[in-house]
Design a protein around this ligand. Sequence first.
Ligand code: QUE
Length: 370
Amino acid sequence: MSDAPVIFEELATHDGNLIGIATLNAPKALNALSLEMIEAMYPQFLAWQKNDQVKAVWLQGAGDKAFCAGGDIVQLYRSMVEHPGGPNPYAEKFFTDEYRLDHLIHTFNKPFILWGNGIVMGGGLGLMAGASHRVVTESARIAMPEITIGLYPDVGGSYFLNRMPGRTGLFLGLTGASINAADALFVGLGDRFVTHDRRDAAFDALKSADWSTDGNTVVNQVLRRLEAESLDALPASPVRDHFDAIQHLTDADDVVTLVQQITSIKTEDKWLSRAASTLAAGSPTSMHLIVRQLEATAQMSLAEVFRAELNLSVQAACKGEFAEGIRALLIDKDRTPKWHSHAVSDVDDAWLNGFFAPVWPEHEHPLETL
Ligand code: QUE
């Protein structure tokens, strides 16, 4: 196999058309999204978007463990150590190019199929969220776990978390809880459940399809049939089962009460108790950033959301909390981050306001023209 960061192939269909296939190719790193991958995909997706012979695009990860476990945050960590306090040109480039790619997938002009197998977290979910046909398999483990690293759910999280049923998006963003395929269908992050062993059957069906009609309908028909064959393997949905509890736990007027309610759950349920302990160990600054960012972006368009996220992520790359979170988890691996504030009630407004201060003058935002 090639050692390119992303492998691109064009699958010929029986009627003389093409399906573009992109495979994230860093299986040992669980296909964590690197700047090189982003730089490879963006121009290729634009070219496939323009090429009328290409009827659909398919994005997947190499190996069976993960579609994409997140961003290449070790590289981001190095840039933050090099530019303490900022400005950080690498972080600006990484997030700008990543969000531009995510936005392209959201607005793609033909069917975009995403094979959501195994781990789909952080930057991986950013690639998945905007795809027109999001397939989730029996091993899908989907999450926005940034609270653990002193960040907040970016890559469009401010958009898709705000569009989930009730306050499930707020709960998932705050607790970093993993959801499965059935949950993904429930919260609107997945469109079809298909078992991973049916991937080749999906390719075969797309190859032999009649692409002279509407492409979205063609893909829907293929995936609908494979989903029907797969349904016996669909797991239960913890998010659906705990929906009322989630609504109750997240019913609060301020961040301190909200975090207090979730972290003091008394339950035997493993999924809920794990969610509570991830939140309890997370960055108190992140707790505030998450609530404030979801509130600030609730009425924004998709493009406005990506611009707001870019501002917040670039600020976060200058302030130390994000670097400390990565250090504790992936660099020193002591899993004991020294957070800026000790508790959610200790986070002061001036510190938080700095994260939301504009990085660029009006009309000079790098995503101005999305
Ligand atoms: C929280 C996170 C991330 C994480 C773990 C968390 C994250 C991320 C990675 C990750 C995974 C695999 C890799 C890699 C990074 O882990 O955002 O380089 O190979 O990217 O608990 O937010």
